[in-house]
Design a protein around this ligand. Sequence first.
Ligand code: RFL
Ligand code: PHB
Length: 395
Amino acid sequence: MANPTRTQVAIIGAGPAGLLLGQLLWKAGIDNIVVERHSADYVLGRIRAGVLEQVAVDMLTDCGVGARMQREGLVHHGIELLFKGARHRIDMQALTSGSSVTVYGQTEVTHDLMDARQAQGLTTLYDVGDSVSLHDFDSAHPMVRLTHQGQSRQIDCDFIAGCDGFHGISRASMPASVLKTYEKIYPFGWLGLLADVPPVSPELIYANTERGFALCSMRSRTRSRYYLQVPLQDRVEDWSDAAFWNELRARLDGPAREHLVTGPSIEKSIAPLRSFVAEPMRLGRLFLAGDAAHIVPPTGAKGLNLAATDVKYLSQALIDHYRDKSSKGLDLYSEKCLSRVWKAERFSWWFTSLMHRFPDTGEFGQKVQEAELEYLVSSRAASTALAENYVGLPL
Ligand code: RFL
Ligand code: PHB
């Protein structure tokens, strides 16, 4: 084995949570190493989130990686809800005293963070596969072992940040006896398609239709991202581009149908929908952040944003530890994160329940859903509740 390497914080996972944490710590002079199961190209090839809350935008700007997002990100002041064939705008700006969201893809966020990390000469060990194991995080001297480019490596550190997503090793390394998990699986998935065609409308359209949910989103003025609710059994191979466009068209209203521009897909994938929380988010010197600790269904666009706020709390707690020798932030980390996480879980579950067709809902459930949608767009109080959750609750 090569000589042990020493760093202050070993970060597992080079997704947005891990890379953003690395950037914030570097800015504060805290040394860190990121280890990633896959290659950088593989990470960038996963098409995921598209909507950033202002908190996430501010974090990226403050840590010096916001320039391209400021230039290319699209600021959205509202969203549209489509049901019973008509569209209703939720004016988030008016309902929340001026808040907005920024449409800028997770791929771009990740790209900007990877570029910054490389320019700063920071160590990222890619392609470590399943070799990572975490040790002694219940002591003052945690360590990470892995194999990189055929060589066994040991990283001695003060802390381990588990930013390795839902299927990572970090949560799995915590003894089951100390973890309590909460989970809800939804009886459908989202089929997503990315294409270089102009978006059907300037703002996002969330559609509840007899044929199921649809979402019209975008990555830029020339690149669209669309989603369809599909049964869990569907496989992406079963969906030709033509079948996707036909089904999307059938779920839109007249004007959108007319404006829809179709084209070859760049990417197509199916994601199952899940709500999940693991408590606590810390054990000794191992801290979980982002999808490693919690999953929300994508309907509320909260997953990446929650990862960013976890990282905000964690970076601040680590900075306080090193600068002021204070352990308060570290001790409160799990509690502070979970308070925000559960509010986002509630919102994502509620918005998912409102916008999708559920196989077992029955006629009564269907009528109640319609009544709630009508109430939502006709009551300022109800619209405000949607708007303030969508743009992001205060920290
Ligand atoms: P990630 O992005 O999964 O990154 C974890 C990284 O850890 C690596 N890894 C390991 N590395 C080393 N050793 C191991 N043993 C490892 N195991 C795993 C993985 O390879 C990976 O690179 O988690 P992170 O950083 O916490 O980020 C979370 C976000 O990716 C996620 O919450 C969002 O994408 C969710 N999400 C959305 N969030 C939003 O805020 N707004 C949206 O509009 C939005 N839309 C979405 C979404 C997620 C979707 N899918 C596919 C689930 C739309 C979709 C369709
Ligand atoms: C996306 O653009 O990928 C996206 C946007 C809003 C959502 C989910 C996904 O609620």
